[in-house]
Write a protein that binds this ligand. Sequence first.
Ligand SMILES: [Cu+2]
Ligand SMILES: [Zn+2]
Length: 188
Amino acid sequence: MRRVLSVLALAASTALAAHPALAQTAPAAPEAPAAPPAAPQTFESPIQNGKGEPIGKIVIRDGASALVMRVMIQPGGLPPGWHGIHFHAVGDCSDTAKFEKSKAHVNHDQSKHGLLNAEGPDEGDLPNVFANADGSVNAEVSSETPLTGEGALKDGDGSALIIHANEDDHTTQPIGGAGARIACAVIK
Ligand SMILES: [Cu+2]
Ligand SMILES: [Zn+2]
């Protein structure tokens, strides 16, 4: 985007040069210094289970093209095995028994659910994470859904990371058979 803008500025100054009268009254704007590459924005939020107890945290780093998110859960945090995780549309984890206030997946363009669905994925879809035999998780996943800006996780009502009881098959509607919502982190 930055490159496109500077090309436009160049085109504009060339047009002005072709009209000397205009060029005199509208001096060329001083060239903007090149902006240094932006450091990734970071965001951290606790994960709570269905009793409202803290079981770990998410740490998001948001770059220019994608974000990466670490999911870190302490021993005893989750049932062992694979779990579907998704970005849900509302940053509200207050109804801990069901986490339904977080609503459906982030999905601004009516995409079908599923990373392996030909008509998907929706913007909330993420790879599964695996909980060890002791219930702990250390995983890192990526998403093209931005943390801030247009279509971002941190929109007016925020978003939530939801962890489901079962794994996501990445194909079936609406959530890949991932089952109940058992943990939640607010992204706001
Ligand atoms: Cu979900
Ligand atoms: Zn989905």
